[in-house]
Write a protein that binds this ligand. Structure first.
Ligand SMILES: CC/C=C\C/C=C\C/C=C\C/C=C\C/C=C\C/C=C\CCCCC(=O)SCCNC(=O)CCNC(=O)[C@H](O)C(C)(C)COP(=O)(O)OP(=O)(O)OC[C@H]1O[C@@H](n2cnc3c(N)ncnc32)[C@H](O)[C@@H]1OP(=O)(O)O
Ligand SMILES: Cc1cc2nc3c(=O)[nH]c(=O)nc-3n(C[C@H](O)[C@H](O)[C@H](O)COP(=O)(O)OP(=O)(O)OC[C@H]3O[C@@H](n4cnc5c(N)ncnc54)[C@H](O)[C@@H]3O)c2cc1C
Length: 672
């Protein structure tokens, strides 16, 4: 027993080293592909070194694990301000700053200032307004948040109740929270951190409503951070996760702001109270679309972090017996373990390619929109809505499966997986609740399908809806065909086509039976969401296949990525086999072959599993997991983590003197 210490061995766990030694490809080459080239990888490493040479970042992990809510928030404010200062000091570009945020894990108290407040100013303010507000925001001379959601409404933006009533006499807007349900509720960094908020409110001029518009409202004094007259603001309470952020409430009572505090890029109110709009009516929704695109990248980071922890731990954990003559095997040897974890590994690479492709499309469309050309907006809105929902839903579910696959230790905070699931879970809700977003996509698909039926030539992500289904023959004719990525992609495309076609016909049939449109739609909502999911799955598989096909890389890297891509597609068909059979995208024979392939691919991925997660190159501090550390010394790190546990500070806990001791004494004296 005396040999047991909590020190961490210097060497890599031999079980993990053995895995690294048998990799079929060069891990560094794949890391460069993931980060966009050698220079970017080097830059990230330099930034990591700079940040983590400061002991604060290690100490922060302890506060996060063991501190009270208030201590965690305070440490997170400190972390945010440290990063802001480093940004100024080192004159980081936006890209370098994004990299730092990725390295730091997204749990900064002031995150909304960067992720929403600044992008909203960039998208919704006029050039004059930008030169004032954006400059101040970028220099951190004001700290802001994006206050849209209310207690009564988050999804239905037309139902927002906060009002901004124009007063032409004083040339001011009067901001009000007329009811309990109108109070802003949820905005991040609102409760305690921000001194300004971009408040989304219904504009009223001379008693007439003009829809939702953005207004910049100062909430707190710039001298002492005290709340300004007419403003009531606070934290909404502890959440399942993300507790470093002060999501807040806000009540405004006749708060007057100058006319120029309405962000007027898309609509203007003249001094005498005339309302003029420019661009499409949804132009003020622009910031949400950006974040939806970013959530796809976050989903990639979440699932790849989970896969890294699950795979490294499974390579060092030994349990039970396979061969009765041999020692206990690594749990990674069990086929069932591979079946739990490898879908998350394959999904990581699928989402890497899908989020990259979506980001590229977003940047192209954004450049067009800046030039006043809005033609790509509907396609981009629907693509980003669908992929945001798909990637968040699948990544959160998969990381929870990985957490379960780590047995009891996966339940410890020190494993990092529970915290990851809880931190990532809101991706499903924020920036448009997933079902609602899938329905936005479904609405678009139905319109495009109707267009195709009436002979329109479609382009973009829905162009396949012009296909003639009669020409479809399942491209998998034999077991070997199942490895053909184009064939697998065609199967997804046809499944999507048939799912869309079926629901479109049903809606049409219901409407032709004299059902009002809204009743017909509501009667088919479940199938509409199914169609949006089938379409999104097809897009992700297509992006993965095209991404791998376009790669310039060594043969071993291409081979391992093709194997993962094949597994990702085969696994999806096996998992949703009912849908694929129902749509006749595959028959029973093909399904059997694809299921067999899926299982045999587990064995092909197995030797490269550790190398494939090493390629994500996550720093131990970023991963924040005793189970997933690079050196594989999971047990030592678990034991070490107990040192910081305040429960272990005293040999005898104060509660003993307060409760247990008197209780024991009473029990011992008792005659019963
Ligand atoms: C190494 C790494 C280690 C670890 C891992 C990494 C990360 C850390 C771990 C975890 C972190 C992960 C997650 C973090 C968690 C939280 C995230 C943090 C911050 C996020 C901030 C969140 C901020 C917010 O939520 S802000 C509020 C967002 N709110 C919404 O999105 C509201 C949703 N509702 C709507 O958008 C609309 O109301 C609606 C679209 C549903 C309907 O609109 P409306 O009522 O106006 O509709 P209609 O009149 O029916 O019109 C519809 C037509 O308009 C078109 N439309 C709609 N929207 C748009 C748009 N944006 N652009 C263009 N067109 C649009 C629509 O298509 C219709 O058109 P049609 O032609 O008429 O059919
Ligand atoms: C961690 C976190 C951070 C957030 N940060 C911010 C922020 O910074 N700023 C901000 O403004 N907001 C923020 N929000 C709020 C967030 O944007 C909303 O919660 C989100 O848009 C969902 O809206 P809701 O809560 O009104 O859900 P609801 O719309 O009430 O959803 C409840 C249920 O109703 C269903 N539903 C609703 N409408 C329909 C429909 N039309 N068809 C079918 N089903 C429907 C949904 O599918 C869901 O199942 C945050 C939320 C969270 C959890």
């Amino acid at each position: 027993m005396s040999e047991i210490t909590s020190s961490i061995p210097l060497q890599i766990n031999p079980d993990l080293q053995e895995e690294r030694d048998k990799a079929s490809f060069n891990v560094t080459e794949l890391t460069h592909i993931i980060y966009g080239g050698i220079e970017k990888t080097k830059k990230r490493k330099r930034l990591e070194k700079l940040l983590f040479s400061d002991p604060f970042f290690q100490e922060y992990q302890n506060v996060r694990a063991f501190g009270s809510r208030s201590e965690y928030y305070a440490a997170s404010v400190k972390k945010s301000t440290k990063i802001f200062k480093l940004r100024r000091q080192h004159k980081w570009t936006d890209e370098e700053y994004e990299t730092v945020l990725d390295i730091c894990h997204d749990d900064l108290a002031l995150t909304l200032h960067h992720t929403m407040f600044i992008p909203a100013l960039e998208r919704l303010a006029t050039e004059d307004q930008k030169s004032k507000w954006l400059t101040l925001a970028k220099q951190y001379k004001i700290i802001g948040t994006y206050a849209q959601t209310e207690l009564g409404h988050g999804t239905y933006l037309q139902g927002l109740e906060t009002t901004a009533t124009y007063d032409p006499q004083t040339r001011e807007f009067v901001m009000n929270t007329p009811t309990l349900s109108a109070m802003k509720w949820w905005p991040g960094s609102l409760g305690k951190s921000s001194n300004h908020a971009l408040v989304l409110a219904t504009l009223i001029i001379s008693g007439k409503k003009y829809g939702m518009h953005p207004f910049l409202v100062q909430l707190r004094s710039m001298d002492d951070h005290k709340v300004l007259p007419g403003v009531r603001v606070g934290d909404i309470g502890a959440k399942m996760g993300g507790n470093s952020v002060d999501n807040g409430y806000l009540i405004l009572d006749n708060v007057r702001i100058p006319r120029n505090n309405m962000l007027m890029k898309n609509a203007q109110v003249s001094p005498d109270g005339k309302f003029v709009t420019r661009g499409p009516s949804k132009a003020n929704y622009a910031t949400m679309m950006l974040i939806r695109v970013q959530i796809c990248t976050m989903a990639y980071q979440v699932v790849s972090s989970g896969a890294t922890i699950g795979i490294r731990y499974s390579a060092v954990r030994r349990q039970s017996k396979l061969d009765p003559q041999d020692r206990e095997p690594k749990i990674l040897e069990y086929q069932t373990q591979q079946y739990k974890i490898f879908p998350g590994l394959a999904m990581s690479y699928a989402f890497l390619f899908a989020s990259r492709s979506l980001t590229r499309k977003y940047e192209e469309a954004f450049a067009e929109i800046q030039r006043g050309d809005f033609k790509s907006l509907p396609e981009l809105h629907c693509l980003s809505s669908g992929l945001k929902s798909f990637c968040s839903e699948h990544s959160v579910r998969q990381v929870e499966i990985i957490r379960q696959s780590c047995g009891g230790h996966g339940y410890l905070n020190a494993a990092g997986l529970g915290m990851l699931v809880n931190a990532a879970a809101p991706m499903i809700t924020v920036e448009g609740e997933n079902t609602v977003m899938y329905l936005q996509l479904a609405r678009y698909i139905l319109k495009r399908f109707a267009g195709a039926m009436s002979g329109q030539q479609l382009d973009g992500s829905t162009s396949y809806l012009s296909m003639d289904p009669a020409t479809y023959v399942c491209p998998v004719m034999s077991e070997t065909d199942c490895r053909n990525l184009t064939a697998l992609c065609d199967i997804y495309r046809y499944r999507s086509y048939m799912t869309v076609c079926r629901v479109a016909r049903q809606v049409q049939h219901d409407m032709e039976s004299d059902m009002p449109q809204h009743v017909a739609i509501n009667k088919n909502l479940v199938d509409l969401v199914r169609a949006a999911k089938a379409h999104s799955y097809y897009i992700v598989v297509k992006d993965f296949v095209e991404g791998v096909d376009a790669l310039v890389a060594s043969a071993p890297v291409i081979k391992v990525l093709r194997t993962l891509c094949c597994f990702y597609a085969a696994h999806g068909i096996a998992e949703y086999s009912g849908d694929f059979l129902e749509s006749e995208a595959v028959g029973l024979h093909q399904l059997k072959w694809i299921k067999n392939l899926q299982v045999s691919l587990l064995g092909e991925i197995r030797p490269d599993a550790v190398a494939l997660v090493d390629a994500f190159d996550y720093h131990d501090i970023t991963l924040s997991s005793a189970l997933g550390c690079y050196d594989g010394n999971a047990y030592e790190r678990l034991f070490k983590s107990t040192e910081n546990d305040p429960m272990n500070k005293e040999e005898v806990h104060p509660s003993y003197y307060q409760y247990l001791k008197p209780f024991m004494e009473e029990m011992n004296k008792s005659k019963l």
